[in-house]
Write a protein that binds this ligand. Structure first.
Ligand code: F6P
Length: 539
């Protein structure tokens, strides 16, 4: 990408866009700008009129997509070709909803058959739980499920659970979900204080079934079940890869579902990873409606030409902002508390996928790919980091607005407007303030403006809309990887810390067993913290 004609052209455009005449406060005065710089597909509107670009930049971005063959790679991905080259695997999260749309079928028909078998198992299992055909050791119906997993085996499911929980009316047969991700024992203690052991299911989600945090938490769960005289084959469910250490019939569990090697953790919400907990929480039909929304956006990403392709355009703008204009971060700010877990989910999906130093052939990149992603729901974010957003180092913001709130109960007005209108007043105002800025005789009250943002609008918080939003972020992420010529499906960068933790853990285990003297000597700083931990105080 970095040597392509279009990328070189973009660098020239960047210098031109710095001209005061092209400040956003001037660009947004054009009455045709919103029409020219927004895209829509049924159920989804993407406004990028407040990004620092013009038609020439847009054309070069479209050329960049064409030159790098991003659309073809996306089609190869959906067809099931092994585009995850470093791990020699396909990347087929779109197939997880492919049974709902013939246009999303991968080349190998067996893949869809295998996926459908798991989906059918999810349906049967969740219905058996809801109809109380399956109960716990003491024959009480289940009321709660704790999802035990970390990273991609947790964040997406938590996002969708929170988003759907805002409006789904839950009958008594549906389960409340809790998430045990951190190895922090306080996380475990807090959850066990909220559940009734007799009516709780524990869903262990780990593709590898070797992740240290999840295995440590599983050990806590097993001890907890023993303490309460509950049987694992009545209360434990596993979701793991075929052949993993957790896929072991000699350790009986209530139910076991497979994760496929062709669906990576951070893209796995629509597989059994999300399917089992979300079906238990809302019923299988809601989960399927959510998949339908994902499939709609998948088809758009697959079929829409580059100029009207929403996730591809968002990926190109992200590249323009980070690789050309040089912004070091981007924020995702949903003006909806139901979407409060989207920023952490996208943060992991984006930074683990795009934060790379080499291209897909292992050649170092001229500059590292990706940027810092963070976010909070609005308006809370305004009272948190918006001082810096308006007057500190600039970063692009992706705002998300929901037209119709989930809550339709009694409402009153304050200052003449409903809460949802107040939310939107702030959302619109923030996009304007960032773009326009303000001149003021007092420099402390001046705002430079020219700070880019986009606005995504979804009509509501239905499962279909949440599915479209999830799939938009997945497609936007992989498109960015394809244009940058990196592999968005591997994550070798997380290895080093895990390797170092293993050495420190073995030293701790030695001290616990009273045999520390033979263990490798830690460096002085590590030794200081180990002593503090073992003594419970800083000396
Ligand atoms: O943090 C790295 C990572 O491998 C993620 O990519 C993955 O989603 C997570 O850990 C959990 O892995 P597993 O599902 O194998 O427990």
């Amino acid at each position: 990408m970095y040597n392509s004609d279009s990328f070189n052209a973009l660098k020239t455009h960047a210098a031109r866009m710095n001209s005061p005449a092209l400040h956003l406060k001037h660009l947004i005065k054009d009455p045709l700008r919103l029409t020219a710089f927004s895209l829509k597909t049924p159920g989804f509107f993407y406004d990028f009129s407040r990004q620092r670009l013009d038609n020439t930049v847009r054309q070069s971005l479209t050329h960049l997509a064409e030159e790098t063959g991003a659309a073809n790679t996306f089609a190869d991905m959906a067809a099931g070709r092994r585009i995850n080259t470093t791990e020699n695997r396909a990347a087929l999260h779109t197939a997880a909803r492919g049974f709902l749309d013939p246009g999303l079928k991968p080349d190998d028909p067996q893949i869809l058959c295998d996926i459908q078998t798991v989906v059918q198992d999810i349906r049967t299992f969740s219905e058996d739980i809801h109809h109380r055909r399956i109960t716990g050791t003491r024959k009480k119906p289940f009321t709660d499920a704790v999802v035990v997993g970390i990273g991609g085996s947790y964040l997406g499911c938590e996002f969708v659970y929170n988003a759907l929980n805002a409006i789904q009316s839950t009958g008594s047969q549906y389960l409340n979900l809790h998430f045990l991700s951190n190895v922090d024992i306080d996380n475990f203690g807090e959850i066990t204080s909220r559940i009734d052991p007799d009516t709780c299911l524990w869903i262990i989600v780990s593709k590898s079934f070797t992740t240290t945090e999840t295995m440590a938490n599983l050990a806590q769960v097993q001890a907890f079940l023993r303490r309460h005289h509950l049987k694992p084959d009545h209360h434990l469910v596993t979701i793991t890869a075929k052949g993993s250490p957790g896929d072991d019939p000699s350790n009986p569990v209530l139910a076991s579902f497979h994760m496929f090697d062709f669906i990576g953790g951070r893209y796995s919400v629509t597989s059994a990873v999300g399917g089992v907990p979300l079906s238990l929480a809302f019923g299988y039909d809601i989960f399927e409606r959510f998949l339908t929304g994902c499939a709609r956006m998948d088809r758009h990403a697959l079929d829409a030409p580059a100029e009207t392709n929403i996730p591809l355009t968002a990926a190109l703008i992200s590249i323009w902002n980070t690789q050309v204009l040089g912004y070091a971060a981007q924020a995702v700010i949903p003006y909806s508390s139901a979407l409060s877990k989207l920023p952490p989910h996208f943060q992991q999906m984006y930074m683990e996928s795009i934060g790379k130093g080499v291209d897909k052939n292992g050649t170092p990149l001229p500059c590292p790919a990706g940027c810092i992603v963070f976010g909070e729901p609005g308006t809370n974010a305004q009272h948190s980091f918006f001082q810096l957003a308006h007057q500190g180092p600039a970063f692009p913001v992706e705002f998300i607005g929901v037209l119709r709130p989930g809550y339709t109960g009694d409402q009153t007005t304050s200052k003449g407007v409903y809460n949802h209108q107040e939310l939107w007043a702030n959302l619109i105002a923030q996009t304007q303030a960032l773009a326009e800025g303000r001149d003021h005789p007092d420099p402390a009250r001046s705002f430079t403006g020219n700070r880019p943002s986009s606005l995504l609008v979804i009509p509501d918080l239905t499962p279909e809309s949440i599915g479209m939003l999830l799939s938009f972020y997945e497609a936007r992420t992989v498109f960015e990887g394809f244009v940058l010529n990196i592999n968005p499906f591997d994550q070798f960068g997380v290895e080093l810390g895990k390797i170092l933790a293993a050495g420190i853990r073995s030293h701790m285990a030695g001290r616990n067993a009273g045999t520390a003297s033979g263990e490798s000597t830690p460096d002085p700083v590590t030794a200081f913290y180990l002593n503090a931990l073992f003594n419970g105080q800083i000396d």
